[in-house]
Design a binder for this molecule. Structure first.
Ligand code: NAD
Length: 506
């Protein structure tokens, strides 16, 4: 490959630079507590495998309850002495803007590190991970010195002031897909609002967030304000969630873990829990779609980019019966043109599945769907086995009924379930017939229908004549069992402060 090759969407990326970074030997990583890198108190580590080739990439600290308690104590001390919380918002803004600059300066290094850790194709990772994280820190930094309190309309002899007070210690638990982007969605508003944070990344995607914590201190965030503890959810995640000294929990991950967090909250200090969970998002194509070819192209990207490992992946295609065969054929053609392979090769459109267990689970879903009567139109198998990595072909299954496992359950892999429908009412009914409500898509040239669909579909976001690609200005959150609360937009700030009333007799 010529060393000057760049990627059009990301002109910063040059293949030779990516290749140089991918060869970098990674020393084992410790926790980041109180501004220092600290090993597990029992000295234990665990191997990090790269999904690119299945080889050991490095080791990270295997956290213990003791490690987590130390991080929480550090965050609590930092909060109580006001080293960050009592700084003027304009000062916090300056430091967070500097952090955004530092992330951008290290963007390629962070993107390659993240891809080696979790397998996302570099073309997507660069934009969605460091560049998105930098943008998120910038957004909340710029916002925080524009947030005012209120004066209540009281009688003349009293003054009712409504302040936004930081909540205290925020526990943040994030998944392995898009860790920087999702991490920044939590960290940036939490820090901007003056809180201290203890972050627990997924055990299999911690590396970029550990680096981010180092950059935060370099930018000027005081020691103890941002701590990162690595290790298993069952041990350090549970310790964080059960802590009496953590004031709120913000979480992105599976519904099963979300359920446990609510339980831990009830068993401890009733901390608020904001949950961003899974989805099984319907993408609905009507026969009056304006541009069938464009809809098929976007729909294929909507499920297959990042091997389908995106919470809002368009994993259920509902297509009006009259155009079913034509649309599926067009979508399959687009999917076939998407090249799967080494995620650090700029030529590839789709990288690796995150882990062997995820890959096996995806293949199991395909098998079960076939047993239940669905037809395999494309893919369905592991590919590129000789690389040692975990790769799966984009998979399209038709004839999926609303009672089938593949229709109802999140795969979190590159598997598309296709179901035909006849009428608008049926489309809404099918769209709403899972426990999830995270995202949806509607393709139609009829404006009235578009509005009716937006109103009728129960989900946090409904895309019309597009899928994905929204920016930081709008909230992302789920309804039903896709969660509560929202990341992104100014609304996210609401989670990270308490309303505090001062009632003053004049
Ligand atoms: P997961 O629930 O297995 O893990 C998420 C995090 O929770 C990890 O850090 C893990 O270590 C931790 N954890 C696990 N058990 C825990 C416990 N008992 N106590 C405390 N922490 C615990 O999810 P995952 O497999 O990492 O991520 C995939 C899921 O995340 C999918 O369901 C996907 O849809 C969802 N997701 C949702 C969004 C969104 O914005 N709604 C975004 C991305 C991913």
């Amino acid at each position: 490959m010529p060393t000057t090759q760049t990627n059009k969407g990301n002109p910063l990326m040059i293949q030779s630079e990516i290749d140089a970074l991918r060869g970098k030997v990674l020393t084992p990583r410790n926790h980041f507590i109180d501004g220092c890198t600290i090993p597990s108190n029992e000295g234990r580590t665990h191997d990090v495998l790269s999904p690119i080739d299945g080889q050991v990439l490095t080791q990270i600290a295997e956290g213990t309850p003791c490690d987590m308690d130390a991080a929480i104590a550090s965050a609590r001390a930092a909060f109580e002495d006001g080293r960050w919380a009592r700084r003027a918002p304009s000062e916090r803004k300056k430091i967070l803007l500097k952090l955004a600059d530092l992330i951008e300066k290290h963007a390629l290094e962070l993107a390659v590190l993240g891809v080696r850790d979790n397998g996302t194709e570099i073309t997507m990772a660069m934009k969605a991970e460091p560049m998105s994280a930098a943008g998120t820190f910038r957004y909340y930094a710029e916002a925080i010195d524009k947030v005012y309190g209120q004066i209540a309309p009281t009688a003349e002899n009293v003054l009712g002031l409504i302040h936004h007070a930081p909540v205290g210690v925020v526990g943040a638990i994030v998944p392995w897909n898009m860790p920087m982007m999702i991490g920044a969605w939590k960290l940036a508003p939490a820090l901007a609002a003056g809180n201290s944070v203890v972050l627990k990344p997924a055990e299999s995607a911690s590396l970029t967030l550990l680096k981010l914590a180092e950059l935060a201190v370099e930018a000027g965030i005081p020691e103890g304000v941002l701590n990162v503890v690595t290790g298993s959810g069952r041990v350090v995640g549970e310790t964080l969630a059960l802590s009496m000294d953590v004031d709120i929990l913000v979480f992105t991950g599976s519904g099963a873990t979300g359920r446990k967090l609510l339980e831990y909250s009830a068993r401890s200090n009733l901390k608020r829990c904001y949950l961003e969970l899974g989805g099984k998002s319907p993408n609905i194509v009507f026969k009056d779609v304006t541009d069938l070819a464009q809809a098929a192209k976007v729909s294929a990207a909507g499920i297959f980019r990042n091997s389908g490992q995106i919470c809002v992946a368009a994993s259920r295609l509902l297509v009006q019966a009259d155009i079913h065969d034509d649309f599926v054929a067009e979508l399959v053609e687009n999917a076939e043109a998407m090249q799967v392979g080494d995620p650090l090769d700029l030529n590839n459109h789709i990288g690796a599945v995150h882990s062997l267990s995820e890959l096996d689970a995806n293949l199991e879903f395909v098998k079960k769907a076939q047993v239940e009567g669905a037809e395999l139109q494309l893919g369905g198998d592991q590919i590129l086995k000789d690389t040692g990595g975990y790769y799966m072909a984009p998979t399209v299954m038709t004839g999926v009924r609303s009672t089938d496992t593949l229709f109802r359950n999140e795969v979190f892999g590159p598997v598309l379930a296709v179901t035909p429908f006849e009428t608008e009412e049926e489309a809404i009914q099918l769209a709403n017939s899972t426990e999830y409500g995270l995202s949806a898509g509607v393709w139609t040239s009829n404006l009235s229908r578009a509005h009716r669909m937006v109103a009728g579909i129960r989900s946090g976001v409904v895309h019309v004549n597009t899928y994905g690609g929204s920016d930081l200005t709008v909230p992302l959150g789920g309804v039903k069992q896709s969660g509560n609360g929202h990341d992104k937009s100014l609304h996210a700030l609401e989670k990270y402060s308490d309303l505090k009333t001062a009632w003053i007799q004049l």
